[in-house]
Design a protein around this ligand. Structure first.
Ligand SMILES: [Zn+2]
Length: 514
């Protein structure tokens, strides 16, 4: 079935027409286009084709355009914006050059570890990432064998490829794209509490592709289960539904469900705002700055009795000013802007209540040995990184200054579970940590400070923040050279400016992917 669709694309369908518009000079005339002979693409019918590859940091990257040429998949490239959309049946996968966020069907943001880049007027993506994206989010099964260099294209054994939810004038429409026609007798619906179920006898689907949360005024979540004889798709409802129309679409294989609620008028209004709102809620419009310690908690005490709390506060205020200058529309919230004590749990509460979109905690490091030096950025993880143990212990010690009532809040919290709850943000936090650390290195290494890199650790102050968050150790106040630097206003300004640069880079990359 899939092959036939590929051939349709090849034989002058809509998408091959679009790619034609963006054909540039022929491949053989290109300079530096990469080399052939390293990766072999094996199509479903066994046909073998050579992929152009480009080696970058030990990984093979391939051109999305070359991949689409060889597979017949549809493609559209916006050269100006350096974006490419790959069409796989009903799935649209959008790549942006030098940006780790990949968009699936305009409603899911997936982060890749190896960023796609722009070369010869095209997007190049690590073959490993492309295989993962296609297998995870489309009807295709793509396996990459690193040892043999084979990229094997297959078809999942499925006949329900996608589920989409649309807001219509007369209610909410659910569209299930199918590759075969289902008879109405094979379709049944039921409602249990706030879940609505559709059972498709003979239906085969990939729950990984279907399951997701959706942004719609009626449906908030889709959960699919593959049973032996049937597929079941469940929809979590926000409001009660008063009527359901089920049809196996005329002319197409699609299964259409029209769900009617009694909040019609309200809904019409919302529908218009929906797309706008959906995008708006992703925007990074509030940034929370958390200067560590304060008041009775001095934090680390370093050379010449300088206190961590007295370094992080001026840097935090300078960071806030730098961010306000760079991003005038963004709201800046401080967990403290004076020398006061704030319990750790309250810091994330302040961030959540302000509807923060990023949380940045500022600290200084110390060690019994005065030879340790350098700056490092942490993201939350339950993993036990031996190198981070010391820092984690020290920063979590702030709890000792809290009232016994406050301390009780940390009892019985399982760190692994608490971190899991944050999973959605961990990859984003990791990326924020890397942009901040890189920008800090640019300004601080010339001063003679040491780049200790990005690390992970279980910090209490980060648990519970429902947003990407990082903790920055800006240098060792136990080191004579660094404590002197950290006390200087000019270094504090450099710290603030570089952290600001890292946040701006993250915000730009994240928002341009939307
Ligand atoms: Zn600290």
């Amino acid at each position: 079935m899939l092959r036939r669709r590929f051939l349709q694309f090849l034989s002058g369908g809509l998408f091959s027409g679009l790619t034609g518009l963006f054909f540039r000079k022929p491949l053989f005339a290109m300079q530096d286009y990469g080399s052939q002979g390293k990766l072999v693409l094996i199509l479903e019918n066994g046909e073998k084709k050579q992929l152009f590859t480009f080696d970058k940091s030990g990984e093979y990257f391939i051109s999305v355009k070359n991949f689409s040429d060889l597979t017949g998949l549809g493609i559209f490239t916006n050269i100006e914006k350096r974006k490419t959309v790959l069409y796989v049946q009903d799935t649209k996968i959008k790549f942006t050059a030098d940006n780790p966020f990949v968009i699936i069907n305009n409603d899911q943001i997936i982060q890749v570890v190896l960023e796609p880049f722009w070369k010869e007027g095209e997007i190049w993506i690590a073959v490993e990432e492309l295989a993962r994206l296609l297998s995870g989010y489309s009807a295709l099964k793509v396996s990459y064998n690193r040892a043999t260099g084979e990229v094997i294209l297959g078809n999942k054994d499925i006949n329900v490829t996608r589920v989409d939810v649309f807001t219509k004038q007369n209610g909410v429409m659910v569209q299930l794209s199918a590759t075969k026609k289902f008879a109405e007798k094979d379709l049944s619906t039921k409602k249990v509490n706030n879940w609505f179920y559709l059972e498709i006898i003979g239906g085969k689907l990939d729950p990984k592709v279907i399951n997701r949360s959706v942004s719609n005024e009626l449906i908030t979540e889709i959960q699919a289960v593959q049973l032996e004889q049937a597929a079941s798709v469940a929809f979590k409802l926000k409001n009660d539904i008063i009527d359901i129309h089920l049809s196996s679409g005329d002319g197409s294989n699609d299964i259409i469900l029209n769900l009617v609620t009694d909040q019609q008028l309200e809904k019409d209004m919302k529908a218009r705002e929906d797309l706008h709102e959906q995008k708006k809620k992703w925007l990074i419009d509030t940034i929370v700055i958390d200067p560590g310690h304060g008041g009775k908690d001095p934090g680390a005490v370093g050379v010449g009795k300088i206190k961590e709390k007295d370094i992080v506060l001026p840097v935090a205020l300078k960071l806030g000013t730098a961010l306000k200058n760079a991003l005038p529309d963004v709201n800046i919230v401080y967990t403290r802007d004076t020398d006061v004590f704030i319990p750790l749990w309250q810091r994330t509460k302040i961030a959540n209540q302000a509807n923060g979109k990023l949380f940045v905690s500022l600290h200084c490091n110390s060690n019994r040995s005065s030879k340790f030096n350098g700056f490092e950025t942490y993201f939350l993880s339950s993993e036990k990184d031996e190198r981070a143990k010391d820092v984690v212990m020290k920063e979590n010690q702030s709890i000792e200054f809290e009232e016994s009532e406050d301390k009780k809040r940390y009892e019985g919290i399982n760190f692994v579970l608490a971190t899991l709850a944050q999973n959605a943000f961990i990859k984003q936090s990791q990326y924020l940590a890397s942009t901040v650390q890189k920008k800090m290195a640019l300004k601080l290494k010339p001063l003679g400070m040491n780049d200790r890199g990005v690390k992970q650790g279980p910090f209490w102050v980060m648990v519970g923040a429902t947003m990407p968050n990082v903790l920055i150790e800006m240098g060792f106040i136990s080191n004579k050279f660094e404590s002197k630097l950290l006390m200087q206003k000019s270094t504090q300004q450099k710290l603030a400016d570089s952290i600001c640069d890292g946040i701006v880079k993250y915000k730009t990359d994240f928002e341009s992917s939307i």
